[in-house]
Write a protein that binds this ligand. Structure first.
Ligand SMILES: [Zn+2]
Length: 341
């Protein structure tokens, strides 16, 4: 049986994992992205990081008790903008020295395996579709939100990742949900990301705590803010769930806009399932129930919703598993260039 290697490049860690043809993860290796023996930004230079990805891949294969020859192909999940068909990372916010990096060919040469490049949020969505939240539901159409520092998205349509003409389909985080709203790092105002990401949810709460003595006194988040100068989305979720009125207001704003984004996604692409992943999904049933309530309240009255909202199941392994999955799909369809190309 052929096995597949998934590599997931992050700003902090490089992850590698081997799956079998059914998507079962046999091993998981995680190493820091930066080379600790090198100082400054050079520690994240493309050559250095790609060498570490290749090393992590070899470690994962060895840990699974396999040889390189047992692996049919490898998938590389990368953040940032990319030209996927060419296997090139154009730029990435988390990897400042990365510009026009031919990552696919370099990894392919380093491991002597056919390789494919995929965007990290897309790979994670594919993983959840393949063996996570979407497994066993026999679904072909899935959308996934990744709610972390930013808000990412991934579309699976008829069992395939949708890329769009310029490889940036599913940039749901930068759809505008509040005209003239809060400024986003991307230069637009009122992006979904500025309301629904974990970091901005924490920031929004912190900003209001900073601006009002009354809020600081009344909210149970007040003492945390006084001690640390900031609260996180996890703090907001915990205190909202415990019934704090201020935390609940912030939490409901986030979940309501997320629900509206879910409705917009449904009207665009009609998925069978919408998956909530990333740091915010740690809030579990509380997130799911709040989003689902707002989703149903705001949904049109003509027919009931046909999409189910679900929590991601694979956690941090989604990227690695999904990268292996897209490699398997491309390998089976004969779409991969030979090793080293
Ligand atoms: Zn934006």
């Amino acid at each position: 049986m052929p096995y597949y290697l998934g590599l997931d490049l992050g700003g902090t860690n490089v992850k590698a994992g081997v799956t079998d043809g059914q998507g079962k993860l046999l091993t998981h290796v995680s190493i820091p992205t930066a080379d600790a023996t090198i100082k400054g930004r050079a520690s994240l230079a493309p050559k250095i990081v790609i060498r570490r990805m290749v090393d992590a891949g070899r470690q994962a294969i060895a840990k699974a008790g396999l040889q390189l020859s047992d692996i049919a192909a490898t998938g590389v999940a990368s953040p940032g903008q990319a030209s996927l068909a060419k296997g090139v990372v154009l730029r990435s916010a988390n990897l400042p020295l990365w510009e026009n990096v031919r990552i696919r060919a370099a990894v392919s040469r380093g491991l002597n395996l056919p390789a494919i490049l995929e965007n990290d949020a897309n790979a994670a969505a594919y993983g959840e579709w393949w063996v996570g939240a979407g497994k066993s539901r026999r679904i072909d159409h899935l959308f996934m939100f990744t709610l972390g520092t930013g808000v990412g998205g991934g579309i699976i349509h008829e069992g395939k990742v949708v890329h769009g003409a310029s490889d940036f389909a599913a940039e749901i985080g930068h759809t505008i949900v509040v005209p003239d709203g809060d400024p986003c790092g991307c230069g637009q105002r009122g992006c979904l990301e500025t309301y629904c990401s974990a970091s901005y949810t924490g920031k929004r709460a912190s900003r209001q705590l900073a601006g009002s003595t009354k809020v600081r006194k009344q909210s149970t988040l007040g003492p945390i803010f006084a001690q640390t100068g900031a609260v996180t989305a996890a703090d907001v979720a915990h205190h909202a769930e415990a019934g704090d009125a201020f935390a609940l207001t912030i939490w409901n704003q986030t979940c309501r806009l997320l629900a509206i984004a879910c409705i917009n996604v449904c009207h665009f692409i009609d998925p069978q399932m919408i998956v909530l992943a990333g740091g915010m999904s740690q809030a579990g049933a509380f997130l799911l129930q709040t989003v689902d309530r707002h989703f149903r309240e705001n949904w049109w009255k003509m027919t009931p919703p046909t999409s189910t909202i679900a929590l991601a199941r694979l956690g941090n392994d989604a990227g690695v598993i999904g990268a292996a999955g897209v490699a398997k799909r491309a390998h089976e369809q004969g779409q991969l260039p030979p090793a080293g190309k």
